[in-house]
Design a protein around this ligand. Structure first.
Ligand code: SME
Length: 137
């Protein structure tokens, strides 16, 4: 019944799959960009509920990636100035932009309770994941 699932249902399952299969992926979610209002909006996610459902471009790790179009790996969030804390249990974060036809339409955001867990393997893997996600758009 795969074809009957909505895109959000597929993304929700993907978040759960990633969170369930990588021990240090503790919060996994998607933010989507509104280029008119220059804000990011929380999409499907798994993990602790967050107050940050809308993030202005430029603000926090996510907002910076909306403008830079580049991966952002944060080994230690306590060392970041422009960071939006969602939970005190979060130690590190990785954000990888999602491109559809060359346009940065959002991002996958992963928080970890572990210090410095993300390597280039995670970056390449999440770039691949986002290339697959892009096909849903
Ligand atoms: N920490 C992010 C905010 C989103 S929460 O991690 C879900 C940031 O600094 O942009």
């Amino acid at each position: 019944q795969q074809e009957n699932k909505t895109r959000d249902e597929k993304l929700q399952e993907l978040c759960a799959y990633l969170s369930n299969n990588v021990a240090y992926y503790n919060w996994v979610g998607f933010y989507f960009a509104n280029h008119e209002t220059k804000t990011l909006h929380l999409g499907p996610y798994v993990g602790a509920p967050t107050d940050h459902t809308v993030i202005p471009f430029g603000k926090g790790i996510c907002g910076q990636v909306a403008e830079s179009n580049a991966n952002f790996v944060v080994p230690d969030v306590s060392a970041q100035d422009n960071y939006i804390a969602c939970s005190f249990t979060v130690k590190s974060e990785i954000v990888v932009p999602l491109f559809v036809n060359g346009v940065n339409i959002g991002q996958i955001d992963i928080d970890s309770h572990v210090l410095d867990p993300f390597s280039e393997v995670d970056e390449r893997f999440l770039e691949f994941v986002n290339q697959e996600v892009a096909k849903l758009f």
